[in-house]
Write a protein that binds this ligand. Sequence first.
Ligand code: AMP
Length: 439
Amino acid sequence: MQIPNTTPSFTDLGLDSRLLKAINKLGYESPTPVQQQAIPPIIDNRDCLVSAETGSGKTAAYLLPILQQLLVSPTKISGIKVLALCPTRELAQQIFGQCQLFCEFTDIKSGLITGGSDFKKQQLALTHHTDIIIATPGRLLEHLQVSTSYFQNLSVLILDEADRMLNMGFSYDVLAIAELCNKQRQTLLFSATLTHFGVIKMADKVLKTPKVVTLNTLHDGHSNITQQLILADDHAHKLKELAWLLQHESYNKALVFANTRLRAVELYDYVRGKGLRAGLLHGEIDQKDRNRTMALYRDGTVNTLVATDLAARGLDIKGINLVINFDMPRNGIAYIHRIGRTGRADEQGTTIALVKHTEWNLMAGIERFLQQQFIRRTIKDLAGSYQGPKKTKTSGKATGSKDNKEPVKKAVVKKVKVRDRDKKNVGKRRVPSNKPSAE
Ligand code: AMP
């Protein structure tokens, strides 16, 4: 039996014949994984957050679908349609080179704007019928000081190698440029790693409900966050682990995540009961108290903060170097947001997930989503009996149901006492039935 080849071709991705001709000329036989995953949502106009390394074919993964968009919906609106920002001149030149090759059989015009080249010529590119601009942030910002209107009609903003741009100190420039772009645009953020404080912060600011595509290799060498996991037998065991970690790990500021307000309150009371200096942050706490807690946390009066996701969104505090997920977050994006509170550009951070058997599959799903394996760790003084599922599937999830599901609670049917005096009325009209209702 012949096994069908499931890798889509460039034609399957719905690319225009003029682009297919260029692809063919370049000798690309089939799309790389990042191209397979990123091209369809980009053609669909979705914002995307993509983790992909240089060499994965990421440039074509965004250039081809945006060229496709330009070809199928040529707009009458004048001005630059696409802006790609990247960290270095060399990279900008490479992207520009690839763009020109892909555009060979089209009328699409592209321009390059980097430091070290003639400013006046670049101004012409910005004002004279250029569809795509590829630029480094510093020089482009100089042009925007002359006029702020170049990108008023922009359709797509691409931030390529966002992590590198942030490491090189371009965060302010990139955000300033994004502010001057059409608000209705589509935004694509490409980064070698998603577990980078600044990348998450930037993604929060520039992307709208993005499609996330992760393609990193297992060892994300770019990240300065060490991700660990500790197994737990049950809730009580987790509480002990939490207290132990807060008492024995060396950290400047710790952030403990709970999935619900009630759980956050419980953990806060618990760690305070252990004599730890902690603050609490959740959505029901009024702003004045929140501000007070944040001030205490910031100045180090309390060095542990127990929080829910909502409360921790956008939390930007220096010195958080331990993040504990008491509850596993519900999905990979929530996980990235949580751990992104540590490991700021210049700092190292550790995150520890406490995982009991009912959370194993959730954890395995997040590992798969991130394409990263958490470091398994045990606390000698608190060794438990749960060692993970006996067997796992290729996805990392537990085989069978015993290992990964909460015990199913039997439905409780409330018994209704039927009194003699009620039975007398059976069959008579307008008398309400005493049977338990299904509502
Ligand atoms: P990038 O990750 O964008 O820097 O691309 C790395 C290299 O892979 C570049 O030289 C591209 O021309 C090449 N490349 C991109 N996509 C494909 C493909 N589908 N097949 C073969 N080579 C490709």
